[in-house]
Design a protein around this ligand. Structure first.
Ligand code: SF4
Length: 92
């Protein structure tokens, strides 16, 4: 059964596009509940308004479910995004 709970916070961009996709709506609902400060990032990515860097950031946040420390400590060097993951200083 689909989760019919409303988003705690919804922006105009979310209403315009992302809600049309059930999977994206579910993700935005989960992000709004667990990490509301990251909601705008996911909305920008879903709306095609984010750049690659933000898309990678959103993917890593999704992968580690909003745990910035876990992204910093990520040891999955086989991941194609590993060298581009956010919250770390690259080239050191
Ligand atoms: S680099 Fe690490 S945190 Fe980012 S998507 Fe890959 S496995 Fe997940």
């Amino acid at each position: 059964m689909k989760d019919q709970r409303p988003l705690k916070k919804a922006t105009k961009t979310t209403e315009n596009t992302a809600f049309r996709d059930a999977k994206r709506a579910k993700m935005l609902r989960q992000v709004s509940e667990d990490a509301p400060s990251k909601l705008a990032l996911f909305e920008r990515v879903y709306d095609g308004k984010a750049g690659r860097k933000e898309a990678i950031k959103a993917q890593c946040l999704h992968c580690c479910w909003m745990d910035v420390a876990a992204i910093r400590e990520c040891t999955a060097t086989q991941c194609t995004l590993w060298g581009f993951r956010p919250f770390v200083r690259h080239g050191q």
